[in-house]
Design a binder for this molecule. Structure first.
Ligand code: SAM
Length: 327
C-alpha cells in the first residue's frame, strides 16, 4: 500500500452517509440518530433544513455546509480535518439524485472509509404503492429537461420490460407525462406518487394519458415520483403489466407482469380493486381509468365505476364517462 501523500486524510477517517426523512420527521433510524450525535461534524447539503432535524432530536453536533457546488473545493479539507463526518442531504438517502454520490466518490478516492446507512428514499415507497409489478425495476432519477438525451431516456423507458421510477418536479409533471405517453403509448399503466409520508400524500394510478389529463386539469403541488409500468411482450401494455398490479393488491405479487397471457383480472379481483380504489377516493372517470389500467375491460370497468362511485351516502353516483374536473 502506498503511503499517504502530504495533505491526504489520515488513515482511520470515516464518512457516514446518513438518510433523513423524505417527509415525516419520525422516519429516521436509531442508528442514524446515534451517528449524527457521535460524529465530529455533520456536513449538510442545506444547513438550515438539517438544523430543524437536529434540533428536533436535540443533537448539538457542529453543522457545516457541503452542497453540490462546494464538494470539490471544500470536501477534501472537511474529510481531512474530522475523523468522523456524517453527511446528510435535503431528504432521503444521500447519493440518490443528490450530491451524496459525488461526496462518496471523493472520499473513496481519498482513501476515507465510507459507510451508507439504510433508510428513507422516495422511489421505494412509490414503486410499492404503484400497484404495478415491481419485482424488477429501473430508477431513472430526474430526466434531462430536453434534447437528445431526454429522448433517448424516454425511448429506453418505453422499451423496458420492467417498471421505471423517476423523479419529477410538480411544475414539469404534465410535460413529462405527455412525453412519456408519446414514447410509451397512451395506455401504458403508470402511477404518480405525491408528497410521500406527508400529510397530503396521494397516489394516482391509471394510464399515462389518463394521468396526463388529470394533472393538466389540476396541476399537482409538492414532491413527485412517477412510476411507469413495463412494456408487455404481446398482450397489450395495460393488460399484461396490470395483471401484476392486480395481484400486488391482493397479496399475490409474483412474475405475473411478465406473462402476456394474463389479460384481464378475475371478477373478484376486479371487484376488490374497485372497492380499494373507491376507498382511496377514486371515482367516476378516474376509477374507471384505474380499473382499465389494471386490466379490467372497458365495459366491466364502467359498470364497476358506476357501482362503486362515490363513498356510500355521499351523493349521487357519478357518470364514469363524464369529463369533470373533480372526477
Ligand atoms: N435523496 C432523495 C431520495 O433518497 O429519494 C432524493 C433527492 S432528489 C433531490 C428530490 C426528489 O425526490 C424530489 O424532486 C421528488 O421527485 C423526490 N421526493 C423526495 N421526497 C419526496 C416525497 N416525500 N414524495 C414524493 N417524492 C419525493
Amino acid at each position: 500500500m502506498t503511503p499517504p501523500a502530504p495533505g491526504d486524510p489520515p488513515q482511520g477517517h470515516l464518512l457516514t452517509l446518513v438518510p433523513t426523512p423524505i417527509g415525516h420527521l419520525d422516519d429516521i433510524t436509531l442508528r442514524a440518530l446515534a451517528v449524527l450525535r457521535s460524529a465530529d461534524v455533520v456536513a449538510a447539503e442545506d444547513t438550515r433544513r438539517s438544523r430543524i432535524l437536529l434540533d428536533r432530536h436535540a443533537i448539538a453536533t457542529p453543522l457545516v455546509r457541503l452542497d453540490a457546488h462546494t464538494i470539490a473545493a471544500r470536501g477534501p479539507a472537511i474529510l481531512a480535518r474530522h475523523r468522523h463526518v456524517a453527511y446528510v442531504t435535503d431528504a432521503g438517502t444521500p447519493g440518490i439524485s443528490d450530491p451524496g454520490a459525488e461526496l462518496a466518490r471523493l472520499a473513496i478516492g481519498l482513501g476515507v472509509r465510507v459507510e451508507a446507512l439504510p433508510g428513507p428514499t422516495a422511489f421505494v415507497p412509490a414503486l410499492v404503492l404503484s400497484g404495478l409489478p415491481v419485482h424488477r425495476f429501473a430508477f431513472e432519477g430526474f430526466l434531462p429537461r430536453k434534447g437528445r438525451e431526454r429522448r433517448a431516456r424516454l425511448a429506453a423507458i418505453a422499451e423496458r420490460d420492467h417498471a421505471t421510477a423517476l423523479y419529477e418536479s410538480a411544475v414539469r409533471l404534465p410535460a413529462t407525462l405527455a412525453d412519456l405517453a408519446e414514447a410509451c403509448g397512451p395506455e401504458r399503466p403508470a402511477a404518480v406518487a405525491r408528497e410521500l409520508s406527508k400529510r397530503f400524500e396521494t397516489v394516482e394510478r391509471g394510464s399515462l394519458a389518463g394521468l396526463g389529463e388529470t394533472f393538466a386539469a389540476a396541476p399537482a403541488r409538492g414532491e413527485i415520483v412517477v412510476v411507469v409500468g413495463p412494456a408487455s411482450g404481446g398482450g397489450g401494455d395495460a393488460r399484461a403489466a396490470a395483471a401484476g398490479a392486480g395481484r400486488a393488491g391482493t397479496g399475490h405479487e409474483g412474475d405475473a407482469g411478465a406473462d402476456p397471457r394474463v389479460g384481464t383480472l378475475e371478477p373478484d379481483a376486479a371487484e376488490a380493486l374497485a372497492r380499494a380504489g373507491a376507498a382511496e377516493g377514486l371515482w367516476g372517470r378516474d376509477l374507471r381509468a384505474a380499473l382499465e389500467a389494471a386490466g379490467v375491460d372497458r365495459d366491466a370497468a364502467y359498470r364497476l365505476a358506476v357501482r362503486h362511485g362515490r363513498r356510500a351516502g355521499s351523493g349521487p353516483k357519478p357518470d364514469p364517462e363524464a369529463d369533470t374536473d373533480d372526477g
